[in-house]
Design a protein. Structure first.
Length: 56
């Protein structure tokens, strides 16, 4: 997920297509501050609480 910032649309798509009892496995760089931000390396970091909210 380091090349996507706001993941709301991504998770909307996952919720529509993921079958019951299905899995969505992904990796991201962790942000300890805001929901997500662009790092100096041009990669995005995401806050754990932000990701948990999107999964709910």
């Amino acid at each position: 997920m380091p090349y996507l910032g706001d993941l709301a649309l991504f998770f909307q798509g996952i919720k529509k297509t993921l079958k019951p009892e299905g899995y969505c496995i992904l990796t991201t760089e962790i942000s300890l501050q805001e929901s997500w931000h662009l790092n100096a390396t041009s990669r995005f970091s995401h806050n754990l609480e932000y990701l948990q909210d999107l999964c709910a």
